[in-house]
Write a protein of this length. Structure first.
Length: 85
């Protein structure tokens, strides 16, 4: 009885952790899209129009990636807080 409860708890924990990790990449991609969009809409550039989609390659510049790295760093820090407390 105790062994099956322990195994069930471990399986549940594994499934939840796995699902959270699967969501990590799309979340970072969403952050990158928002930061990139905000960056190019604030910079006056003739090559980007306000109503067109911004190419993903254009989001790999240091200004966007620096902001993304800060945001992901804060996210990791705040995600660790419940475990610390």
């Amino acid at each position: 009885m105790a062994r099956s409860l322990l195994v069930s708890t471990f399986i549940l924990y594994f499934c939840v952790t796995f699902a959270i990790q699967l969501l990590e990449v799309p979340i970072v991609r969403l952050f990158e899209n928002v930061i990139c969009d905000r960056y190019y809409r604030s910079v006056e550039s003739a090559s980007f129009h306000i109503h067109s989609d911004i190419d993903e390659k254009a989001c790999k510049i240091s200004g966007v990636q620096d902001e993304l790295a800060k945001l992901v760093g804060w996210k990791v820090s705040f995600d660790a807080l419940p475990g610390i407390f």
